[in-house]
Design a protein around this ligand. Structure first.
Ligand SMILES: *Cc1c(COP(=O)(O)O)cnc(C)c1O
Length: 426
């Protein structure tokens, strides 16, 4: 099929898209096709108003009175919405701190709880911060522990069997990213949780690239623990607070390694002695970050309004269309596809690989002509360009435009004018 035919097909798909109107809930900069919602989600328009009110009215006028008027319950309200999105009970999710910190707290708690076992299992597709957290825990606190990594044979996927082979009577913790940040490979959480449970191993999932991108059922899949990010598909804004989940049955067994006033059962008694809260709040550390929680609330609301089922149907249709167009139109320029072909095995982005990946990505973001549409994907070393799809605001035609623009860059050799020096944030 030619790009012209793909465009006609995409226009029809957009016309019949039940989520098409959601795009207008977001701030959409002119002449920009944004395919990086998997790294930083777009700004919901309602967040502009609620931030203005929060700052001018609640902080400016009401000052400290706002804590009791609305702020102190904001974390819990946000957590309950995230719980709904992820198939958890409302009292199983906490929102606050960051993904790395939450991972640290829960991994520490799980390793301490299963003290007789001394192996942690993860995989080499996992996000670096996750691996660093495990390495640091072993180095600083659990010197007899070992980290064992399942190795991806194709750099893209890992089979359940490869995980199973690493589990033994010594495995205390199995921690994986549900959707891999580079290839978008998606694990079957239910299946993995089952083999971990049979092995007496606790599971800790990182949902950063999964939450808001694929349907997650924490209770239905028998997940022990999870953490995740809210500034990607949940559109919570740069550095927004992360979430953590601990199943109800496990909550009493795990201790937050950071004893602090907000994990105390009565912080405002100001007692000099620590006594942990019994609820999920026991995993808190500090004063809730009110200004950053508010956008998360708005972002998650939009996902709940659209419905994860519809979002997923659209995501699958979009990743399939993109996959097909890349195969047809871009492989002749030396691109290979770095994401699974089977849509049941992937999340909501497609990675394309090219030895000039860095400069091609840079040319998409900074076209040499002012009149050319800016397409924003992102680059992951050594040579992947990630094309992220956020079905709430990505249209089918956006994907055709993206492929057309990449073709143009390859045909003209425009990327050759770009320096190979990378900026600080890629
Ligand atoms: C984005 C992401 C993080 C981010 O961690 P922060 O502590 O919020 O910076 C962690 N893990 C994964 C898998 C991610 O994709």
């Amino acid at each position: 099929m030619s790009l012209k035919k793909y465009r006609e097909r995409a226009q029809l798909l957009d016309k019949n898209d039940p989520l098409a109107a959601f795009k207008f809930h977001f701030f959409n900069p002119k002449n920009v096709i944004y395919l990086d919602g998997n790294s930083l989600g777009k700004l919901p328009k309602r967040t502009i108003d609620s931030q203005a009110n929060l700052i001018a009215e609640q902080w400016g006028s009401r000052l400290i009175r706002s804590w009791n008027e609305s702020w102190i319950s904001m974390g819990e309200r946000t957590a309950q919405k995230i719980a709904k999105l992820l198939g958890a009970a409302p009292d199983e999710v906490f929102v606050g701190d960051t993904t790395s910190l939450n991972l640290y707290k829960l991994a520490f708690a799980a390793i301490s709880y299963s003290a007789k076992r001394n192996e942690i299992v993860s995989d080499d597709l996992n996000f670096p911060t996750d691996l660093y957290v495990f390495q640091g825990l072993i180095n600083n606190h659990f010197p007899n522990h070992k980290l064992r990594l399942a190795k991806s044979l194709d750099g893209m996927t890992i089979t359940t069997n490869e995980i199973k082979e690493l589990l033994n009577d010594n495995t205390s913790l199995l921690s994986l990213s549900a959707v891999s940040y580079k290839s978008a490979f998606k694990y079957d959480m239910t299946e993995i949780n089952k083999i971990a449970r049979e092995n007496g191993t606790l599971t800790l999932w990182d949902l950063s690239h999964a939450a808001g991108a694929v349907p997650i059922d924490l209770n239905g899949s028998n997940t022990d623990m999870a953490v995740g990010c809210t500034y990607k598909y949940l559109n919570g804004g740069p550095g927004a607070p992360a979430f953590l989940y601990v199943s109800k049955e496990l909550q009493a067994k795990l201790d937050n390694p950071i004893w602090s006033w907000f994990s105390h059962k009565a912080p405002f008694d100001f007692s000099p002695n620590y006594a942990p809260d019994k609820s999920i709040q026991k995993f808190a550390v500090s004063t809730p970050t009110i200004l950053s929680l508010d956008p998360v609330l708005n972002g998650v609301d939009l996902l709940l309004e659209a419905g994860m089922d519809k979002i997923h149907v659209k995501s699958v249709a979009q990743t399939n269309l993109l996959y097909e167009m890349i195969s047809q139109e871009l492989t002749k320029y030396g691109f290979t596809i770095g994401s699974p072909e089977n849509d049941g095995l992937r999340g909501s982005h497609i990675a394309i690989i090219h030895e000039e990946g860095y400069r091609i990505n840079a040319a998409m973001i900074n076209p040499s002509s002012k009149d050319t549409t800016v397409v924003i994907p992102d680059f992951r070393p050594p040579n992947s360009i990630r094309l992220g799809i956020a079905p709430l605001y990505t249209s089918f035609v956006d994907l055709v435009d993206c492929v057309e623009r990449i073709k143009q860059i390859m045909d003209t050799g425009e990327f050759k004018e770009i320096s190979s020096t990378k900026p600080k944030v890629v």
